[in-house]
Write a protein of this length. Structure first.
Length: 244
């Protein structure tokens, strides 16, 4: 990728490889901002889980419990519709955790954090997107072998053995497309914020507020898409029966 493809305020540039707090360790480069914001997003997910657990009641549910139950019911329905009841008990929590982590990661970019951004969304870093996609890819294969053993490999020769090479290419391309979809959409949001920052201060507030609201919507949609594609493109085919 080019190192600078958009001029920003102060003559700086916006680049997918531009990170604050980079450091070297054992010959490897670590993006400090991505590590920091990923940790924040993970702590928010864990904290939200404990908060929801403390608010659960068997009486009239509160708004927090109703929102969580609605999300859980939706994810369970999606897994059951694709794979049946038993896998939903194991896979629904995974998809909910992925959704929550990506959602809070995306929404971190909505918080004003100066220039350069201190709270840059970790999902705007290709490394985070690739890591999430690889995690889903490996988890689906482990799940497939656990449920069906070597029978899970039969999907590569369906509907015809001659299509095996194309099926293999498709399998390899799935985590790449999944990660690039998330990365590209969130990175474009950070680019738009930098473009809006070029507007004079007296006219900045309206487009900035409008885009922040739109960014909230995009962040939620991308988190939901990632979770649903995890079910439909990865775990579903890994345990699907021939002719199912």
């Amino acid at each position: 990728m080019t190192t600078g493809f958009l001029a920003a305020e102060g003559g700086s540039s916006i680049s997918p490889s531009e990170h604050t707090g980079q450091f070297e360790f054992l010959g490897m480069t670590f993006n400090g901002d991505t590590m920091w914001t990923s940790t924040i997003a993970a702590l928010i997910v864990v904290g939200a889980g404990f908060y929801v657990r403390s608010r659960v009641t068997s009486a009239v549910p509160n708004k927090v419990q109703m929102a969580y139950e609605a999300l859980t019911g939706y994810m369970v329905d999606q897994v059951q519709g694709r794979m049946g009841r038993r896998p939903a008990e194991y896979l629904a929590p995974l998809t909910i955790a992925l959704f929550a982590f990506i959602l809070f990661s995306n929404w971190l970019g909505v918080i004003p954090s100066g220039h350069p951004e201190i709270l840059k969304p970790p999902t705007s870093d290709a490394n985070t997107a690739y890591a999430l996609a690889i995690f889903v890819f490996v988890s689906a294969w482990v799940w497939g072998f656990r449920e069906q053993g070597t029978r899970t490999l039969r999907r590569f020769v369906q509907p015809y053995v001659a299509l095996a090479p194309l099926n293999i290419i498709e399998e390899i391309a799935k985590p790449i497309s999944l990660s690039l979809r998330l990365f590209g959409n969130i990175l474009s949001g950070t680019i738009m914020i930098s473009v809006i920052a070029l507007i004079p201060w007296w006219g900045l507030w309206l487009p900035n507020a409008a885009w922040k609201l739109f960014d909230l919507f995009i962040g939620a949609i991308q988190a939901l898409i990632f979770a649903l594609l995890t079910i439909m493109q990865f775990f579903g085919p890994a345990v699907s029966e021939e002719g199912h």
